[in-house]
Design a protein around this ligand. Structure first.
Ligand SMILES: [Fe+2]
Length: 173
């Protein structure tokens, strides 16, 4: 299989096969009815939120939720669909420079699609603290939850789309 065949097969497979079916994340997505990152045709889709945009108040206001859902997540899904079309066109035109360019764009948009999908299914509207097995695992692997928060905050500063760092800081208050 040469590079073009690999890219073509990979892009046609779409995101549906990107995630394992037996992971906690996949189960979470399925349980929360937001398991469809792509439709039957392989186009990226944005499922409706399973709660209102004011659900997270006072921790996150409805305007911020609207911004993240409509513009960040929605923009990422639209962008990913355009990127995929441009990759297919580049492959049809045998233009691998174009394929490389749009594959980088797709990587950014698709990761935003996944991260926002995780975001919507991991939030509740009351403050909670890790407990039980989760707390034990945090303490075993990171020393303490405070150290884990610190590591996440420091690491996210250098990540593309590091608004996630600011979002996490907001939720920690
Ligand atoms: Fe966002």
């Amino acid at each position: 299989m040469n590079r073009m065949h690999f890219l073509k097969a990979g892009s046609l497979a779409g995101a549906a096969t990107f995630l394992g079916t037996n992971t906690a994340f996949a189960k979470n997505l399925a349980d929360n009815s937001i398991d469809k990152l792509v439709d039957a045709n392989g186009n990226y889709i944005q499922p409706a939120l399973s709660y209102s945009e004011s659900f997270l108040e006072p921790y996150m206001d409805a305007e911020t939720m609207h911004l993240h859902y409509t513009f960040h997540h929605g923009g990422a899904v639209k962008g990913a669909n355009k990127d995929l079309q441009m990759i297919k066109k580049g492959l049809d035109d045998n233009n691998l420079e174009t394929v490389d360019f749009w594959t980088k764009k797709l990587s950014y948009h698709f990761s935003s699609h996944i991260l926002h999908s995780i975001f919507w299914t991991n939030l509740i509207n009351k403050k909670t603290e890790p407990s039980g097995d989760l707390l034990k695992r945090i303490e075993k692997n990171f020393g303490s939850k405070e150290r884990l928060k610190s590591l996440i905050s420091e690491t996210f500063k250098n990540v593309d789309g590091n608004g996630w760092h600011r979002g996490l800081s907001t939720l920690q208050r």
